[in-house]
Every structure is written in C-alpha cells, then in structure tokens.
Write a new protein. Structure first.
Length: 94
C-alpha cells in the first residue's frame, strides 16, 4: 500500500515538473523536507525547494524529467527515503 502511494507521488512530481510548476512540485514536500541537487547541494525546507525548482525552470524552460526509483525505504508510517535516478531532457526551443 505505501509503495503505491509513493509511486503516485513520484508520478505527480513528474507531471508537475514537466509542466514547469515549481509551486506544485514543492507542495509534494513537507515543510522540513531536504533534497540534494545533482551538484550535491543540500536544499532545506519547502520554500527553498520551490525557489530551487523555479530557478531551474526559468533557466531551462521546457525541460522534462523521468524518475526511476532504485531504492525505497520506509522510515515510519509517514516517512520514506526514496533514491534513484532522474533522466532530464532539455527543450531545444525549436
């Protein structure tokens, strides 16, 4: 059951990302969430996550993503650690 819920969240994240909707992407994270960028930078908190995605969408308009979950570990009834890969495609603007 928990795995299906997380898969639905990953699917919503992908749709929101592909739409370039930073607010919707950030809304999938808790207030105290932490993410690590591809460059290894730690981003903490929902507001900072929204700013990070907004900047990324501005720098790369039309970029799309595919998420591949590799490991999923449930830390408790309402917390999980998901690790995997992202496959990003930049828009050629043609």
């Amino acid at each position: 059951m928990q795995g299906r819920v997380l898969a639905a969240l990953v699917e919503q994240f992908t749709r929101s990302f592909n739409a370039g909707d930073a607010k919707s992407v950030a809304g999938l994270f808790t207030e105290g969430a932490r993410i690590v960028t591809g460059e290894g930078r730690l981003i903490e908190g929902r507001a900072a996550i929204e700013r990070q995605f907004a900047a990324a969408f501005e720098q790369n308009p039309g970029q799309t993503i595919e998420v591949r979950t590799e490991t999923l570990r449930f830390l408790g009834p309402d917390a999980a650690l998901e690790e995997g890969q992202r496959l990003a495609r930049e828009s050629l603007g043609l």
